[in-house]
Design a protein around this ligand. Structure first.
Ligand SMILES: *Cc1c(COP(=O)(O)O)cnc(C)c1O
Length: 407
């Protein structure tokens, strides 16, 4: 319990937790099921290349999402790269800057210019009016990002893409098992991609997938995932190696069996955070739209320094000292990182909402590794920090430089 400034670990007090609490500790399903699948694949000596677990994983995901095709890959970034290439994107593609860097890198990696667009401050996703203003004669597509698992403005983006003859893709890395307008995410635009990285809602250690209802695009993506091989010794296309291994698919299948548990744990945590963060001055929990299917994987708080008296960055530093490893998702915004910062130095001018969110947003620990007791303690620290923000800020600023741990 923090009662005075001296209780805070940044000022020499005892940390609230003896071990670090992380955002996105992996969700792990039933160990025995996983190990028996691994035993089986070792017995059969089939570890990659369209194995039985891979096929079962793809079929199960496609059925669950109600989508025609699921092409599983070795990670989400390769899924983005392959989908971008299979869709024939070139020139300029409009993307949000308020996203994980891979969304932009997947374009720049293949000499396509990511044109950074601002987000709707309410939804944290692409603002369709802003997208429209950025369309030029070189624009070939739009990649929206369903940040925190929630899709927004999908109809407006689809209409805009149709009207301007553009391809539309979604980076749905956060949005596995989420729905929009009564349909599962995975069905929107020309293609949607998922990430099954260890820290994501569903994980395959590392992994990803392209989902689409377009048969030709699916066929092309499959070829590209496997060097363009259409059969033994027969390459008909340029490709890369984007294959998901059997052990990854086995992990994915095991996770799928535990999906309801993962959701229940995340939802219980979200409810605890909702209750415990209630009424804290300047710290606002981002709420989920409960009318949709959600995975509740991200606990997102906007910190308003003008009200809390403490800036997000100082609050994150304070929390880290307590062994609460809060994260600045997504700071500083893709346009402000290299190579984009140097390549497109003017990009920041049109991104006021992105700039504010990158300054104010933090993610707090959740997932199956965190429970109600931890959340109560985390929120007590946040409440204390935001209720004594000005004093804390003054004291943090007046610490000797070597005491900040930044030397
Ligand atoms: C995690 C993530 C990716 C990249 O996925 P990997 O599987 O780590 O390659 C892409 N976009 C977003 C928004 C992500 O959060």
């Amino acid at each position: 319990m923090k009662r005075t400034l001296d209780d805070l670990a940044v000022f020499g007090g005892t940390a609230a937790f003896s071990e670090k609490l992380y955002v996105g500790r992996p969700n792990i399903g039933n160990r025995e099921r996983l190990l028996s699948r691994i035993e089986d694949m070792l017995d059969r000596r089939w570890l990659s290349n369209d194995g039985v677990y891979l096929q079962e994983f793809e079929r199960t995901v496609a059925r669950m999402l109600g989508v025609r095709h699921c092409i599983a890959t070795c990670n989400g970034t390769i899924a983005l790269e392959i989908a971008i290439r299979a869709l024939g994107l070139s020139g300029e593609v409009i993307v949000p800057s308020f996203t994980f860097i891979a969304t932009a890198h997947a374009l720049q990696w293949q000499q396509i210019t990511p044109v950074f667009c601002d987000v709707d401050p309410r939804t944290h996703t692409l603002d369709p009016d802003c997208v429209e203003r950025l369309v030029t004669s070189r624009t070939t597509g739009i990649i929206g990002v369903h940040l925190w698992g929630e899709a927004h403005h999908v109809e407006a983006l689809e209409a805009l893409a149709r009207r301007r003859g553009l391809k539309l893709m979604f980076d749905a890395a956060h949005a596995f098992a989420c729905s929009y307008g009564g349909k599962m995410i995975g069905n929107f635009g020309d293609a949607e991609i998922f990430s099954f990285h260890a820290t994501k809602f569903l994980n395959t250690f590392e992994g990803g997938a392209i989902c689409t209802n377009d048969d030709a695009l699916a066929e092309k993506s499959r070829l590209m995932r496997n060097f363009g091989f259409a059969g033994f010794d027969k390459v008909i296309y340029i490709g890369t190696n984007g294959k998901m291994t059997e052990v990854a698919a086995a992990m994915g299948l095991t996770g799928l069996e535990a999906l309801d548990e993962f959701i229940d744990a995340n939802l219980a945590n979200y409810r605890s955070y909702t209750r415990e963060l209630e009424g804290i001055p300047g710290a606002t929990l981002r709420t989920y739209d409960d009318t949709r299917r959600q995975n509740y994987q991200y606990i997102i708080v906007e910190v308003d320094e003008a009200v809390a008296g403490i800036a997000r960055d100082a609050l994150v530093e304070l929390l880290h000292a307590e062994n609460i490893v809060a994260r600045r998702y997504f700071y500083p915004g893709c346009h402000d990182m290299e190579p984009y910062r140097s390549l497109y130095p003017g990009a920041g001018a049109g991104l006021p909402n992105t700039a504010r969110l990158a300054r104010q947003v933090m993610a707090l620990p959740t997932g199956t590794a965190v429970g109600e007791a931890e959340i109560r303690t985390i929120c007590q620290v946040v409440r204390f920090a935001c209720s004594h923000g000005r004093e804390i800020t003054r004291s943090m600023n007046s610490r000797a430089p070597e005491a900040t741990g930044e030397a």
